[in-house]
Design a protein around this ligand. Structure first.
Ligand SMILES: Cc1cc2nc3c(=O)[nH]c(=O)nc-3n(C[C@H](O)[C@H](O)[C@H](O)COP(=O)(O)OP(=O)(O)OC[C@H]3O[C@@H](n4cnc5c(N)ncnc54)[C@H](O)[C@@H]3O)c2cc1C
Length: 413
């Protein structure tokens, strides 16, 4: 059996700080399982965030025995910091993606992303649970990266890919939403959610089908071979299985041969609940085609969540120190967009954020490591990508290789 990562220490980052809005009244955690002896299972999933949760739900639904391992309590790492806009529109506009990978592949991945958001809603309907999931429209404002003419071209490409959308000018935006902006693409098909509740609902569904979620437990070494896999944990216990899925979030093990990803820092806040009349009609998710990036959404308690201001900072202390300075910057953007909004902050938080050069996730077989699969949903569509990863990896385990995996390959350049 090949040692996958030799003596390399596991990657451990200080992923986030501050309390996210979801932690204000989050429910008690599910009981945790500990391990004191070696065990066998079918599929080992490393990571009990939203990605591990989608995988565990999907694979137990397919009848597989699953064990999920996490060094933190489930749902408490990057997933708890997420602002949880479930968008099918990707970080890279179709205009940019078409230039990079061609229209056919760009259209395929955009359409797959659209189907993923729709699939999350359908799955929650089937499970009979709605963790604050609500379908939403999105507004994509013209900004420093795309002007109104670019948005028109973007819309033409999306329509060619049979995706929905319309272009609103300043008057249209003002009359329908009260936002004073030059132009925006208005699209259907997105949604919002509470990410902690969503991950819990999925993990609970997996547990009810026999999945074991073990924490806290650090995976220190990975071994793979053509016939089996195993991981060694900080407790000295080994877990053996037939497939290994890496859902470690931004703590990607060093043996994964990915070169197009980086870690950045991002900041977010939630206002106190807004008085009646402030929240815009339909509560569309909104984001801006600008660098730095800015986005907003509401919560069911009438809070407004703002986020963005990303910077290439990989030092947690430097990231945290900037939080007080980022709050007024985000609030000034809200005030400009929505002058009636109350600017009282309920909570603010910050975290690392994994990105790729093309804005797409890293999903699929890990080259050189048989029976090992990557599920890294980096980028602003992380949760949409987690759901996509669960579907694609479930297919791989059943012997079905979806051609979209070529576009998402871990070792693409
Ligand atoms: C501020 C912010 C805003 C965001 N907004 C959005 C948004 O609006 N929409 C969206 O779709 N996405 C958004 N994202 C991205 C999204 O939150 C992430 O893609 C998603 O939460 C990642 O989930 P995950 O399960 O892959 O990672 P995590 O939630 O970090 O879970 C991975 C788990 O793996 C565990 N782990 C790692 N290595 C090991 C090991 N060796 N042994 C044991 N356990 C290990 C970690 O402890 C962790 O719990 C945002 C992210 C941030 C930080």
């Amino acid at each position: 059996m090949a040692e996958a990562d030799g003596d390399e220490a596991p990657v451990q980052l200080d992923l986030r700080s501050g309390h996210s809005v979801w932690e204000i009244d989050s429910a008690p955690e599910a009981p945790r399982i500990r391990l004191d002896r070696d065990v066998e299972t079918d599929v080992v999933i490393v990571g009990a965030g939203i990605t591990g949760a989608f995988l565990a739900e999907r694979l137990t639904r397919a009848g597989r025995a699953v064990m999920v391992l996490d060094r933190h309590a489930p749902e408490t790492a990057s997933t708890a910091a997420s602002t949880a806009l479930l968008q099918w529109e990707l970080d890279a506009p179709m205009l940019e993606l078409e230039q990079r990978i061609g229209f056919g592949k760009a259209a395929a991945v955009y359409r797959r992303s659209w189907e993923s958001v729709r699939g999350i809603g359908a799955l929650l309907d089937r499970l009979g649970l709605a963790p604050d999931f609500a379908p939403r429209e999105t507004l994509y404002f013209a900004g420093t990266d795309l002007d109104p003419t670019d948005l028109r071209e973007e819309l033409a490409l999306r329509r060619r890919a049979e995706l929905p959308g319309e272009l609103l000018d300043r008057d249209g935006l003002l009359s329908r939403f009260g936002f004073d902006r030059r132009a925006a693409l208005l699209s259907t098909g997105a949604a919002e959610v509470d990410p902690i509740k969503l991950a819990r609902v999925l993990l609970d569904a997996a547990r009810s089908r026999g999945a074991r979620v073990v924490s806290p437990i650090l995976v220190e070494a990975y071994s793979t071979s053509p016939s089996s896999i195993s991981v060694r944990t900080s407790h000295g216990v080994e877990i053996h299985g037939k497939a290994l899925i890496l859902a470690n979030g931004y703590e990607m093990p060093a043996f994964v041969p990915a070169t197009i990803h980086t870690i950045a820092s991002t900041w977010a806040l939630a206002t106190k609940p807004q008085p009646p009349g402030v929240i815009w009609p339909g509560r569309a998710l909104a984001w801006e085609a600008s660098t730095p990036y800015f986005y907003l959404r509401t919560t069911l308690e009438d809070r407004i969540i703002l986020g963005g201001e990303d910077e290439e900072i990989t030092d947690a202390a430097a990231r945290d120190a900037l939080l007080p300075a980022k709050i007024p910057v985000l609030l000034a953007k809200l005030q400009k967009l929505l002058p009636a909004a109350r600017l009282d902050v309920e909570t603010a938080w910050t975290g690392f954020f994994g990105e790729t050069e093309d804005g797409l996730p890293l999903i699929g077989p890990v080259p050189g490591h048989p029976r090992c699969y990557a599920a890294f949903g980096y980028g602003g569509n992380g949760i949409t990508f987690s759901a996509m990863a669960a579907e694609l990896i479930a297919g791989l385990l059943d012997g079905r290789r979806d051609p979209i995996l070529d576009v998402l390959a871990v070792d693409r350049s």
